[in-house]
Write a protein that binds this ligand. Structure first.
Ligand SMILES: C[S@@+](CC[C@H](N)C(=O)[O-])C[C@H]1O[C@@H](n2cnc3c(N)ncnc32)[C@H](O)[C@@H]1O
Length: 306
């Protein structure tokens, strides 16, 4: 069981046991088309399979973790504390792209991380190191982009942030060795799956109410049409003999139930808005085509573990 490297919105660490209790007794390859922080993948440590996300810089990050862990760790070690002075030898030591003053190392790194979306030269290894650095030092570990694709989360206040994560990077690199990494829409998996494989879908959640913005993961959202497309796709995979497990918000219950999936509401109702007068509470569902009698129980190992 490996700890995810990044903090990511919608991370599924709380739901791991519930997800694993729906697993079939055995399966061939594991696929995770909405990867984010990859909590389930890293918990499982699958031997092979595919992962995917539409967020290009996130996908680049995992490729660098897989292929160049030593260089990534070394580069992260060279970074300074977020509140220290900007590096005078790099761009944006004094002002950002808009001419606004840059007062510390954090905001300079944020500007450098945005080289790719703003059409400036970038280096893939450096971009990956910066993504990890910003994830560990930004406010609340959020990932948010503006409409131009620029990462725009302000600095966080941590007394002793660890932006190197050496052990986590090394372990994740090991687990990713035989994993194909894609940067496209979730339906790439149609060409990758075989009968007997397991696919875990964790899309951006459909909002419970118009004020609950669950789709704010990156510049491109995931709308109702995408939700319908995903449901149709899950049905198609079911027909192909593929094991499907999916998490989503409670509003999707009926759609999956009517389509013949086994759907259950997860007990813990999460408040996603800390404003006490304006709480958007959300039930989560887990839907699967794995029938209860074919499941393994939590803690029991899959055949591939032997
Ligand atoms: C709920 S998060 C996944 C969280 C993840 N399970 C974890 O444990 O951290 C959903 C992810 O789907 C990605 N995404 C959005 N639209 C997508 C699409 N059409 N195809 C694939 N991934 C998409 C987002 O960038 C985001 O990282």
């Amino acid at each position: 069981m490996v700890t995810p490297i990044l903090k990511w919105a919608g991370g599924k660490r709380q739901l791991l046991d519930e997800l694993k209790s729906r697993f079939p007794r055995s399966y061939s390859h594991f696929h995770e088309p909405f990867f984010g922080g990859g909590a389930l993948f890293f918990d499982l440590e699958p031997e092979d399979g595919t992962i995917n996300d539409t967020n290009t810089r996130l996908v680049n990050f995992y490729k660098q973790v897989r292929d160049r862990p030593d260089e990534l760790i070394e580069l992260c070690r060279s970074f300074d504390h977020p509140e220290s002075d900007p590096n005078p030898d790099r761009n944006f030591a004094e002002t950002n792209r808009k001419g606004k003053e840059i007062s510390n190392f954090y905001y300079q790194q944020r500007e450098l991380f945005n080289n790719r979306p703003y059409g400036d030269e970038y280096d893939e290894l450096e971009e990956a190191a910066l993504l990890l650095y910003l994830n560990r030092t930004c406010y609340n570990g959020l990932y948010r982009e503006n409409s131009s694709g620029g990462f725009n989360v302000p600095i966080g206040r941590y007394s002793d942030p660890d932006w190197v994560r050496e052990q986590e990077v090394r372990e994740a690199s090991r687990v990713l060795q035989n994993t194909e990494i894609h940067n496209t829409d979730f339906d790439y998996v149609r060409d990758k799956v075989e009968e007997g494989d397991l696919v875990y879908f964790d899309p951006p959640y459909e909002p419970m109410s118009p004020t609950a913005y669950f789709t704010d993961y990156s510049a491109d959202g995931f709308d109702k049409e995408d939700q319908q497309r995903l449901l149709d796709f899950a049905k198609e995979l079911d027909q192909m003999g593929v094991n499907v497990i999916l998490s989503n918000s409670g509003v999707m219950y009926e759609m999956y139930d009517e389509a013949g999936f086994h759907v259950e509401v997860e007990g813990a109702t999460r408040a996603i808005n800390s404003d006490a007068d304006n709480r958007d509470e959300v039930d989560e569902i887990i839907a699967t085509n794995v029938p209860p009698k074919s499941r393994r129980t939590v803690g029991q190992q899959g055949l591939s573990d032997f």
